[in-house]
Every structure is written in structure tokens, then in C-alpha cells.
Design a protein around this ligand. Structure first.
Ligand SMILES: *Cc1c(COP(=O)(O)O)cnc(C)c1O
Length: 357
């Protein structure tokens, strides 16, 4: 069976060597040497000043909201993974959904200001499929209205925008290093802060809010382990290979899919994307369901990613109109994309898809 993604597993020997190091030191968690090494290497790799490795991308979002003292309304996108919305609700804040634009499926900056109220404290937007939100417009709006900006960059590892790491924008950017993401540590995430003061707070929050016997704030447990860091170190070493293999798949899709009948996102100029996903939007939901059924007959499982539009989650108290997000959500499918896909498998996916268009 071919799934939408297949986790990249590095050379097992290499991982075992790290395990041997861990067994020798006896240090398996609480900011051990491998966690520190991974943080240093990622900081270098991504050209970032501050970097907090943590245990997943959802706790990263929760810590981000908490560290910035967000307690009321948060303007957010309806087109993301459910964790983006859940983090807001979990922190007892109110998600205010602003529709997305048709080109890159990111929050429509033209609609943000009309949703700002006296209770709005932050904008939490997702760089969906690794394509940047309009970070400059968002920054201008945030400055004008004195709002904090958080980016959910779970899809955006390694993306560059205007010659800078996309992860360097916003007051805080969070990442996910879950096994399904392009760079992974089995489970994991990161919290990247623009200001050193916020970074210090995040550092404390991630480890219960204390250093030794000194207690500063009510923190949580956002720490990761040496075993997770070891996986990260192994995968990071292979990133060039991972990007190259995925580029091959993307090119194959681009060259052979009937793109005159499919819509694919169109990123802002100045974007160097990371080839993390291959989303296609069909003309209508009926075609999508047909394509899914035909792929399933061939043992291929793509994913309706993202569906439903998050403004329609059944546990929300308030209705928000997001017609663009609802329409895209019903018609979008992420085709399988991994470092392990073979050309003959790609042929099947492409033929089945084209035949149904
Ligand atoms: C994967 C993902 C998350 C959650 O990350 P975890 O590490 O699985 O907790 C959050 N937001 C988006 C957009 C994601 O794709």
C-alpha cells in the first residue's frame, strides 16, 4: 500500500551509534548533550538566533500563546491542521477565523482588519504546505493594531522567503518534527522566538518554569529526549538527499499530471519551497471522490488534507463564514510524496488521476 507519506528512516547503524553514546553517558533526557547538539546544528542549518527544541508541534503552539500572554481573541486560518485551532481553544482563547486566498491557501490579509475587535491580541497563521503567508502585510497590520504574531510553520522546515529563513518571521514561529513532516525527530517540535526576552521565558516554560531550585513561572513539560534528538541528528545529515529525492517526485508529477484540469498553490514571489507536499485541487468534490476511489482500488491512499475547513469543526460555539477555505477543503487532495516512491508507482498515481479528470 502507498500512503500519502512514508517516514524517512536514516541508516540504522548511525542511529545505533548514537544509542551507544547515550548508553555510555546514561543521560537520556533533560537537555542532554544530543538535544543541545541538535539545537546548535538546527540553529546553524536554518540560520536562526534562538531555537528551542521541544516534544511536539502542538505544545509548541500552546507555549507560544502562553509566553506572549494571549488570553482573548486570536485571528487564525481555517485552512490548517486541527492542532492550530485546538491550541488556541486549549489555551482558553477564542479562535476568530479569517478566510484564505485562492492562490496559496494562506490567510487572506485583506480580510484581517475587519475581524479585529478590542479583544484581539494575536494573529496565528499557518504557512500552509510550506508556502509563506504574506508576512510583510501581517507585520504591518500587527504593528498598527498592537498585536502579536505567531506562525505555525509545521510545514515550512527549510523554506526561504526573501532570502531569509521563513522561520525567522513573527514574534514566535513554531515547527513540528513529527514523523510525517519533511524533517523529523519521530515526535518533536520547535519554538523560535524573535526577542531574547521571550526566548528566555519559553526556555523556562518548556521545563516546568524552573532551573534547579529556582522557580520562576508556572511552566509545562515541553522537553524532548536524547533518543529523539539522535533521530534528528541522523535525519538532518541526510537532508540534501531527502530534498533531492522529493524534488524528483515533484518534477515527475509536474511533468505528467494534467495540470490544465488541476489547481496547485502558487506561492508568493521570493519563495524557495521545501517540496513537503503535493496538493492538487479538483474542479469539484465529485471528481475528488472518484479519484480517491480509483486510487484506493490500486492500494494508494492519498489524504484529504485539509478537510474539513476548521471553521466548521463541530465543537465550535460560533459560526464564521469562510467560503474560499470551505470550497478548497472539499476539493483538495495531497498526493503521495516521499523519498521512497518509485517511478512505476508514480505512473499509476498519475494515470489514475488523469483518467478521472
Ligand atoms: C503536524 C502539524 C501540527 C502538529 O504538530 P505535532 O508535532 O504533530 O503536534 C500543527 N500544525 C500543523 C499545520 C501541522 O501540520
Amino acid at each position: 500500500m502507498i500512503q500519502v507519506t512514508q517516514t524517512y528512516l536514516p541508516d540504522q547503524e548511525k542511529y545505533i551509534n548514537y544509542l551507544n553514546e547515550i548508553w555510555k553517558s546514561g543521560w537520556i533526557t533533560n537537555n542532554g548533550p544530543l538535544v543541545l547538539r541538535l539545537e546548535d546544528e538546527l540553529k546553524d542549518y536554518l540560520s536562526l538566533k534562538n531555537f528551542n527544541f521541544c516534544n511536539n508541534g502542538t505544545i509548541a503552539l500552546q507555549i507560544a500563546l502562553k509566553a506572549l500572554n494571549i488570553t482573548k481573541e486570536v485571528i487564525t486560518t481555517p485552512f490548517s491542521y486541527v492542532a492550530t485551532t485546538n491550541a488556541i481553544i486549549w489555551e482558553n482563547c477564542k479562535p476568530v477565523f479569517v478566510d484564505i486566498n485562492d492562490n496559496d491557501f494562506n490567510i487572506d490579509t485583506k480580510l484581517i482588519e475587519s475581524h479585529i475587535t478590542e479583544n484581539t491580541e494575536a494573529i496565528l497563521a499557518t504557512h500552509v504546505f510550506g508556502n509563506p503567508c504574506d508576512v510583510q502585510k501581517i507585520e504591518a497590520i500587527a504593528t498598527k493594531h498592537n498585536l502579536k504574531v505567531i506562525y505555525d510553520a509545521a510545514h515550512a522546515f527549510g523554506v526561504k522567503y526573501l532570502d531569509k529563513s521563513l522561520l525567522s518571521y513573527g514574534d514566535i514561529t513554531t515547527c513540528s518534527f513529527h514523523a510525517t513532516k519533511i524533517f523529523h525527530t519521530v515526535e518533536g517540535g520547535a519554538i523560535i522566538c524573535k526577542s531574547d526576552a521571550v526566548n528566555e521565558k519559553v526556555y523556562l516554560m518548556r521545563q516546568f518554569g524552573h532551573i534547579g531550585d529556582q522557580y520562576f513561572i508556572a511552566g509545562i513539560n515541553g522537553k524532548s529526549s536524547e533518543m529523539h534528538a539522535a533521530m534528528g541528528l541522523c535525519v538532518l545529515e541526510d537532508m540534501d538527499k531527502i530534498f533531492k529525492l522529493r524534488k524528483h517526485v515533484i518534477k515527475y508529477y509536474n511533468d505528467h499530471l494534467n495540470l490544465s484540469k488541476l489547481k496547485i498553490p502558487f506561492p508568493l514571489p521570493g519563495t524557495i519551497n521545501n517540496d513537503a507536499y503535493y496538493p492538487v485541487v479538483f474542479e469539484n468534490e465529485e471528481i475528488l471522490l472518484q479519484v480517491m476511489a480509483s486510487l484506493k482500488e490500486n492500494d494508494i491512499v492519498p489524504r484529504r488534507y485539509f478537510y474539513p475547513s476548521l471553521n466548521n469543526l463541530p465543537f465550535l460555539n460560533e459560526h464564521f463564514d469562510c467560503p474560499v477555505s470551505e470550497s478548497i477543503s472539499k476539493r483538495i487532495l495531497c498526493l503521495p510524496l516521499s523519498t521512497y516512491l518509485k517511478n512505476d508507482e508514480l505512473e499509476i498515481i498519475i494515470n489514475v488521476t488523469n483518467q478521472n479528470l
